[in-house]
Design a protein around this ligand. Structure first.
Ligand code: FES
Length: 105
């Protein structure tokens, strides 16, 4: 599957991922440095904050309560903010586009 990462200044990167990978892991494995993933994916650091492209929000679903709580402490939260470690990529997310924040801090 292919997913697209778009940086805050408009650079686009394509990443090839296996289903079952999280968006955070996909970013780390592909050297996307706007995603840190400090906690290793257990929803407790918020350094995997990203924005799901509006066209894909129905596929990625809604954050759960724990994730929503964590999203209150990210820089520049938006309606489409998510934690990358809480989005597991499935077959139907082929072509998913993720926008990256300028910084995690
Ligand atoms: Fe820490 Fe996602 S990697 S909250």
């Amino acid at each position: 599957l292919l997913i697209n990462f778009i940086t805050h200044d408009g650079n686009a990167y394509e990443a090839e991922v296996e289903p079952g990978t999280t968006v955070m892991e996909a970013a780390i494995n592909n050297g996307i440095d706007a995603i840190l993933g400090d906690c290793g994916g257990v929803c407790s650091c918020a350094t995997c904050h990203c924005y799901v492209d509006e066209a894909w929000q129905s596929k990625t679903g809604e954050p759960n309560e724990v994730e929503k709580d964590m999203l209150t402490c990210v820089l520049e939260p938006q309606d489409n903010s998510r934690l990358g470690c809480q989005i597991t990529i499935t077959e139907e997310m082929n072509g998913l586009t993720i926008h990256l924040p300028a910084s995690q801090y």
